[in-house]
Structure formats: structure tokens, C-alpha cells
Design a protein around this ligand. Sequence first.
Ligand SMILES: C/C(=C\Cc1cc(O)c2ccccc2c1O)CCC[C@H](C)CCC[C@H](C)CCCC(C)C
Ligand SMILES: C[S@@+](CC[C@H](N)C(=O)[O-])C[C@H]1O[C@@H](n2cnc3c(N)ncnc32)[C@H](O)[C@@H]1O
Length: 254
Amino acid sequence: MGSMQLQLHPTLLAHSSTFRPKYIRSSIDRQALFNRIAPVYDNLNDLFSLGQHRIWKRMTISWTGAKVGDRVLDVCCGSGDLSFLLSEKVGSGGKVTGLDFSKEQLLIASSRQDSKNNFRNINWVEGDALNLPFDDGCFDAITMGYGLRNVIDRHKAMQEIQRVLKAGSTVSILDFNKSNDPLTSSTMEWMIDNVVVPVASGYGLSEEYRYLKSSIREFLTGKELEKLALEVGFSTARHYEINGGSMGCLVAKR
Ligand SMILES: C/C(=C\Cc1cc(O)c2ccccc2c1O)CCC[C@H](C)CCC[C@H](C)CCCC(C)C
Ligand SMILES: C[S@@+](CC[C@H](N)C(=O)[O-])C[C@H]1O[C@@H](n2cnc3c(N)ncnc32)[C@H](O)[C@@H]1O
């Protein structure tokens, strides 16, 4: 996973003067956003969460029930954090597919894989979570880390995950929690306004990280996520709040 020192990627400066959409609503806008933040994404996650996101991701993996030899999928894999954890879990006899529509994020994931001799069981696919290029029922486990809140059609994304998951298998979906507790939600919004966005502005990425706040506000609560999973055909669905209710993981079985 990423080291702590922060380097400013040369192409980032080039982007800083480009047009910034006021609302990051379309798929194209979001794809461009994640391309722009790719060079600093891992390091800023470590900084903003004080490394805690690594724990949340390990919990996400543990809830999938993935085991040695499994064929597994990481949807919206980004720079590959969950894919690398899945790679360790399924071992050399298993197969991991990391899918994302951001070329820049996949380049980071691939460069991290190349820098380590292991993780040879991962392949990276540039594709759309809303139209997964895989056959029905072909994965033993699926993860999605901070992806469901960012796709423009959550129902379609959940339908696609349910379609490609084997019967009796599990998806584990980590994201921010849209908390019903006013203190939790106001604390998170304070963090974004007063820590996250000011630091991100140092990289010309204030709007990209300000988007976090609106995306959490427009997300679904844990109960609504459970309902969505059952609506698209999962047999069971549970949403677990973690880290004081700031994050959550939806665990659904097909
Ligand atoms: C790993 C984290 C964020 C990933 C991430 C997800 C997105 O959708 C983005 C969209 C646009 C830009 C960036 C991202 C992005 O990085 C977590 C990062 C840490 C949080 C920003 C801050 C965490 C605050 C603490 C958990 C404090 C909670 C206090 C209280 C319990 C509420
Ligand atoms: C916040 S990042 C999460 C990356 C990684 N899963 C993690 O846990 O850090 C969200 C990712 O979702 C991807 N994404 C958003 N919408 C997508 C879509 N429709 N198809 C594929 N990837 C998508 C973005 O390109 C980005 O890499």
C-alpha cells in the first residue's frame, strides 16, 4: 500500500487549470475526477484516516468469506487496495479481477503490482460497474470499496454484482456511512470542510474532495442499502457500522 511521503504528480499541475464542473454528477465527470486524484489518492487516504482505512478494508475482506483458490472480483478497484488484500486471501491458486473505469487509477494499481513480486494472481480490467463484462454467476466473492456511492446508478450496480456472483456467495461493500446521528454526520462534514478540503487544495483538488460531502449526503442509509440489496435479489443483507458510525459495510449473500 502507498508510502506516507506525498509527491505532487506533474500532470496534476496541468489539470489544476482545466475546467472544473460545478457539480460532479455525470459518469464522465466522476471518471475525470478519479483520474485527476489518482497520483495522490492513496497517500491522502492514509493521511486523512491516519491509516485506519487499511483496517476497514481488512474487515471488508473478512466479511466476504473469500478463501484459498477462489475466483473473486473487486468492483471500482481504483488503486487496488482491496484487490491486493483479496490476492493474499485467495493465494496463488486463486484469481483476482480488479475492475475500474479510471485509466489513471488502474495505472497506479498496476505499478504497485509490478513493484512487488507477488500479487501475480491479479488482472486489471478497464470497464464499467454498470455493465460488468463477465458471465452470470462466475465469482466466489465480490468486494466494492468506496464505489457504490460514486456510481451514477446504484440499483444497476447492485443488479450487476448480483448477476455475476455465484449463488450462496457474498458481496462486501465498504463506504462512508450516511449516519442518522446528527453528531456523527456533523463531525464528518466538519472534518471534510476543515481538514480534508484545505489539505486537498494544496494539490489543486479542493473541488474533488469537497465532492465527498455532497456524495455522502446523497448516499443511502444502512437500512436503505439493505433494502436495495434485497430488492435486486440478494437473499440476505446486513449493514455494519464501523469506526464510530463514520463508515459502514453492506454484506449481502446471493
Ligand atoms: C478511504 C477514505 C476515503 C476514500 C475516498 C472515497 C471517495 O468517494 C472519494 C471521492 C473523492 C475524493 C476522494 C475520495 C476518497 O479518498 C477515507 C478517508 C478518511 C475520511 C476523509 C476522513 C475520516 C474521518 C475520521 C474517520 C473521523 C471520524 C469521526 C467520527 C467517528 C465521525
Ligand atoms: C473512491 S475510489 C475507490 C477505490 C478503491 N476501491 C478503494 O477502496 O480505495 C472510487 C472508484 O470507483 C471508480 N468508479 C466510479 N464509477 C465507476 C463505474 N461506473 N465503473 C467503474 N469504476 C467506477 C472510480 O474510477 C474510482 O477509482
